[in-house]
Design a binder for this molecule. Structure first.
Ligand code: 13P
Length: 259
């Protein structure tokens, strides 16, 4: 990572941890981070399920845990007849700072399209939070030589048509589908090349300033052992961590990783 961007290490807890377990996990994180600290120039966010957000918010604020609160999804409308949904407005009221939008599991299992993700990003931004926009290609797309066109197309569909300043404040997470939950991490070269391509695409539609300040995460089977080299790559400004974020020691190992 270069150019003075603050790296962002995010823990996506997915559909794990009920609110009792979530409280235990955040307390373990608090103890470890109190002992070792978050490295300078690095930021941490944790993304519990909706039912744990209020509990985790209270714990983080009461104990001054050095992590930002994140959510995993939201609806694009503020309120209305959308049974079972949670709005960006509701998340903002819980002091949520980062909201994941368009995670591949939502695209795959819940049919989310780029257009829907774009509307969610609108709502997240309208309520003063930062979206973490997930993009990534399947193994078939990579094998067919379509990885770069697929991913840059997703980025443009969701983020183009906004001011450079807005785009520069967004986070994009490159998560190749074949690396999620598989134990198969993309090589540092793969992650770096794709993040460089995303940055170039952002420059094309939002200008050089946006390209320089937008933060690009890598996600997919990140471990404390692989995190340092990934974070050291020029265009990788952070990590989006699934499985390893459910273990406080492993997650803090990633938070503190150096090349
Ligand atoms: P894993 O780290 O479990 O592969 O998950 C990655 C991910 O999808 C984070 O959003």
């Amino acid at each position: 990572m270069t150019d003075g961007r603050v790296t962002l290490v995010s823990g996506n807890w997915k559909m794990n941890e009920n609110h009792f377990e979530a409280l235990k996990l955040v307390q373990e994180l608090a103890a470890l981070l109190r002992a070792s600290g978050v490295p300078k120039g690095r930021e941490v966010s944790i993304h519990p399920s909706f039912t744990s957000l209020r509990t985790v918010q209270t714990a983080v604020e009461t104990d001054h845990v050095p992590v930002a609160l994140g959510a995993q999804n939201c609806h694009f409308e503020d309120r209305g007849a959308f049974t079972g949904e949670v709005s960006a407005e509701m998340l903002a009221k819980l002091n949520v700072s980062y909201v994941i939008a368009g995670h591949s599991e939502r695209r795959t299992y819940f049919g989310e399209t780029d257009l829907l993700v774009r509307r969610k990003v609108d709502a997240i931004l309208a309520h003063g939070m930062r979206p973490i926009v997930c993009v990534g290609e399947t193994l078939d797309e990579r094998s067919a030589g379509e990885a770069f066109s697929r991913v840059t197309h997703q980025v443009a569909e969701v983020l183009s048509g906004r001011s450079g300043e807005v785009v520069g404040g967004v986070v994009v997470a490159y998560e190749p589908l074949w690396a999620i939950g598989t134990g198969e991490t993309a090589s540092v070269e793969d992650a770096e090349q794709m993040c460089a391509a995303i940055r170039e695409e952002v420059g094309r539609f939002a200008g050089a300033g946006a390209a320089a300040s937008i933060r690009l995460q890598y996600g997919g089977s990140v471990t404390p052992e692989t995190a340092g080299a990934l974070l050291d790559a020029k265009n990788v400004d952070g990590l989006l961590v699934g499985g390893a974020s459910l273990d406080a020691e492993r997650f803090v190992g990633i938070v503190r990783a150096q090349a």
